[in-house]
Design a protein around this ligand. Structure first.
Ligand code: GDP
Length: 369
């Protein structure tokens, strides 16, 4: 006998009523509701609370690679605040021979002073390094709607040529927010997909018809273990996630001084002339300046207390700190802590050491200010 299948109208996962800890679970009585949600989306929607389900990275990858043999356009959304954490390395291998449009989301968080041309150039170069050849790149804010109309037009007029559009991205880049906005824009219908602070909440595919023959398809968010979001609690994530335009915080530092970004990252100014360190982090993230010679003790005794986040409750979740030293030449460079923010060093050259939790990459780039 054939049983009817139902997909969750939140995240698109196949609904099932038997395994509580698996994706798509919902109690039997919920099947009678007009809008059927999996328990996970239900809790998220009504209680703003996330539930863990057991789905592995391999499953995520398998689901995304299932589009390999279909035709269509791929729109790869990245978080401009966490490009290292949100670019999907080797994407063409996963999705097959398709044009890839690279979209940097969360533009609204950047100060107006940022040079968007340089930012786009850098985005493209990062994509290239990650093995992704892009047909085009653009910047948007899904939250505010900036650049969405232009992007829709590009997709429609230039790139999709009547074919399907696959939206791909790692978790937390704003994929659901983006699609919700597209839906609102085109149909006035809102909130069919869940959005949340937590990585990994979008499970399954969701299809939104574009015309009789083609659809916009939301693919599951690929979990990238390098994302800072995986190492911290929900409360901490709220603190480090900027929610409005970042106000750069400027420190004039002498060598032998250190900056702490909460207790999650630290930058030591080892050697160089006095110069400006311009910090681009969530406005709520406390930055603490101290002497280098005192920094280790301060971290050992006050992380989770003076240096927050993490809090005392979440401190045990954070992997041990590791560090890398960079010798910066003359010019403007940024030390990037993916998922947290970056520090622009605008001087005559400097030696700095960047500390962050093991597993989170740190990198250096030419500044785009
Ligand atoms: P998904 O996991 O990729 O589907 O990401 P979500 O759409 O759930 O978004 C993750 C988080 O980023 C949520 O807290 C959103 O409110 C936030 N977000 C998404 N787009 C934007 C944006 O353009 N600007 C800002 N400031 N936040 C955004």
């Amino acid at each position: 006998m054939e049983t009817e299948t139902i997909d969750c109208q939140g995240c698109g996962v196949r609904i099932q009523t038997t395994a509580k800890d698996q994706p798509g679970f919902t109690p039997v009585f919920s099947l009678q509701k007009e809008v059927v949600l999996c328990q996970r989306c239900f809790r998220l929607k009504h209680y703003n609370e996330i539930q863990d389900v057991s789905i592995t990275d391999d499953d995520f990858l398998k689901m995304v690679s299932s589009i390999r043999d279909t035709s269509g356009l791929v729109v790869h959304i990245v978080d401009i605040f966490d490009v290292d954490g949100s670019l999907i390395h080797g994407l063409p291998r996963l999705v097959g021979e398709k044009s890839i449009l690279l979209v940097g989301n969360k533009m609204d968080l950047l100060p107006k002073s940022v040079n968007t041309r340089k930012l786009l150039q850098w985005l493209r170069s990062q994509a290239k390094q990650a093995g992704i050849k892009v047909a085009d790149a653009c910047l948007i804010s899904s939250a505010k709607g900036h650049g969405i109309a232009e992007l829709s037009e590009k997709i429609e007029e230039q790139y999709r040529q009547g074919d399907n559009v696959y939206i791909v991205g790692t978790t937390n880049v704003g994929k659901s927010t983006f699609i919700n906005r597209l839906i609102k824009q085109s149909t006035g219908f809102s909130e069919v997909i869940t959005t949340s602070y937590f990585p990994g909440t979008t499970l399954g595919f969701i299809e939104i018809p574009l015309d009789d023959r083609s659809a916009l398809i939301d693919t599951p968010g690929i979990v990238n273990k390098q994302q800072m979001a995986h190492y911290i609690s929900g409360e901490d994530l709220k603190l480090i996630t900027p929610n409005k335009e970042i106000k750069p915080r400027i420190y004039q530092l002498n060598d032998g001084q250190t900056l702490f970004f909460g207790g999650l990252a630290r930058l030591d100014f080892i050697k160089g002339d006095k110069q400006s360190f311009v910090c681009y982090f969530s406005n709520q993230l406390p930055i603490h300046r101290t002497k280098l010679e005192k920094a280790d003790d301060l971290f050992a005794n006050h992380c989770g207390e003076l240096l927050i986040p993490p809090t005392e409750a979440s401190i045990d979740q954070i992997p041990p700190m590791i560090s890398d030293t960079f010798r910066i030449k003359e010019g403007k460079y940024d030390i990037v802590f993916p998922g947290l923010g970056w520090v622009s060093i605008l001087g005559e050259g400097a030696t700095v050491t960047a500390h962050r939790p093991k597993g989170v990459a740190v990198s250096i780039r030419q500044s785009f200010n």
